[in-house]
Design a protein around this ligand. Structure first.
Ligand code: 6PG
Length: 475
């Protein structure tokens, strides 16, 4: 009866493409969908691509899988995932594996993993990045779960993953929710990267006076250098596109309200809980949210801005923006990797950060040339406190800082919002500061709430008798 090495249930576009990818790599794959029409459509259209075993019912689906069973669920995160797990788990045997390839919250993955472990079933929360194309041609895969389950699943997943320099973009991330946690931070970085690119575009347009097609050329040129990445590449494509209906630049006919499905927000919420400053990601999430607040924006439209100055020299300015973008991008990644380190420490995942950089080099949305450098930084020092301390990145950011400051200053002068660029610069300046005004904040806290402070010259906690004689007491 068992004919399939792996099964995919949930055949919307991601699930369907993942199943096709498996079949195309010679892995017989069982396919199932709640509404059978989708299963039939897949077989009709793509049945010739490999060995598919269509199943009409969960029982048929499970019976089609060789043991230990590998069952991939590709359904909406949240309640639908729990419903599907509940439908299939009673049909499975100890040692079987359920892989959740959706964008689940890592806390849900931890809960599900624990519950299924008690029933002897391995639950693998696998982050999968690369959109529909990636699922079909090779995504970046970030599987969590037990080492034992990775032994059974790893070779299959590595086989269908993207490749970068001959290495598969898939690695065991760590136990329980580690895979989905890393995918969540990947998405947070994706938000930050997209926001920075958006700001670069806005500046080139509003400060340098370039049109979308010209800016597309600037991005194309950048993509030949250290900024080379999928997001820069597609930005050039989007900017060069003309709306067929109006003949206007496509970017001008799109409503300027950025939407989000929630993974960026989760990254920031989690970072707040972990106490990790991820300003770049937070600014990106807030910028999307601000863009969607229509009444707020309308109410503020009349607020005065600066008097328009002369447009800056486009070539010189574009070079400055490239440097600001590179430096801000390094900061965004440094913050994201800091968050992964913090999550790994908090949950005991022992995540290899260099490995994460390596599996993001291909297949995923944030794939970029400079991930090689990030990998090298963690290979040189796996516990480096921040990527900014790595020699290569320290030099790069140091060399870019004058241009970066000019860009932020120009944006402020012209009234162009650059929350990503400016918060990244503030983060950089805060980290390198000898002294921070946090000392004053401690003083204020002690003044109004006797919250105490520590001193630079003595151990212990202290309180000043602010409403008394202002002498200091040990707390
Ligand atoms: C990926 C993406 C993907 C994400 C979309 C949309 O890695 O393939 O991160 O998982 O869902 O990019 O995200 P938003 O709708 O939140 O922008």
């Amino acid at each position: 009866m068992a004919q399939a090495r792996i099964g995919v249930t949930g055949l919307a576009v991601m699930g369907r493409n993942l199943a096709r990818n498996l079949a195309r790599h010679g892995h017989p794959v069982a396919v199932h969908n709640r509404t059978e029409a989708r299963t039939k459509a897949l077989i009709e259209e793509f049945g010739h691509e490999g060995t598919f075993v269509p199943a009409s019912t969960p029982e048929e689906f499970v019976a089609a899988l060789e043991r230990p069973r590998r069952l991939v669920i590709m359904v909406k995160a949240g309640a639908p995932t729990d419903a599907v797990i509940e439908e299939f788990a009673p049909l499975l045997a100890p040692g079987d594996m359920i892989v959740d390839g959706g964008n689940a919250h890592f806390a849900d993955t931890r809960r599900r993993e624990r519950a299924l472990r008690e029933r002897g079933i391995h639950f693998v929360g696998a982050g999968i990045s690369g959109g529909e194309e990636g699922a079909l041609h090779g995504p970046s895969i970030m599987p969590g779960g037990s080492a034992e389950s990775y032994r059974e699943l790893g070779p299959l997943l590595e086989d269908i993953a993207a490749e970068a320099d001959g290495e598969p973009c898939c690695a065991h991330v760590g136990p329980d929710g580690a895979g989905h946690f890393v995918k969540m931070v990947h998405n947070g970085i994706e938000y930050a990267d997209m926001q920075l690119i958006g700001e670069a575009y806005d500046l080139l347009r509003r400060a340098a006076g370039l049109g979308p097609a010209e800016i597309a050329e600037v991005f194309r040129a950048w993509n030949g250098g250290r900024l080379e990445s999928y997001l820069i590449e597609i930005t050039a494509e989007v900017l060069a596109h003309t709306d067929p209906a109006t003949g206007a630049p496509f970017v001008d006919v799109v409503l300027d309200r950025a939407e989000q499905k929630g993974t960026g927000r989760w990254t920031v919420q989690t970072a707040l809980d972990l106490g990790v400053p991820v300003n770049g990601i937070a600014e990106a999430v807030f910028a999307r949210s601000l863009s969607g607040h229509v009444p707020l924006r309308e109410a503020a439209r009349r607020l005065p801005g600066p008097t328009p100055g002369r447009p800056v020299d486009a070539d010189v300015f574009a070079d400055d923006v490239e440097q600001a973008l590179y430096a801000s991008k390094i900061v965004a990644y440094a913050q994201g990797f800091h968050q992964i380190q913090a999550g790994s420490d908090e949950y005991g995942w022992n995540i290899d950060l260099g490995r994460m950089a390596a599996i993001w080099r291909g297949g995923c949305i944030i794939r970029a040339r400079f991930l090689d450098r990030i990998r090298a930084a963690y290979q040189a020092d796996p516990r480096i406190p921040t990527l900014l301390a790595d020699e290569h990145f320290a030099d790069a950011v140091g060399a870019a800082q004058s241009a970066w400051r000019r860009v932020v200053a120009t944006a402020a002068e012209l009234g162009v919002p650059v929350p990503g660029f400016s918060s990244a610069l503030a983060y950089y300046d805060a980290l390198r500061a000898e002294r921070l005004p946090a000392a004053l904040i401690q003083g204020q806290r002690d003044f109004f709430g006797a919250h105490t402070y520590r001193r630079v010259d003595r151990a212990g906690s202290f309180h000043t008798l602010w409403s008394g004689d202002r002498s200091e007491v040990e707390a």
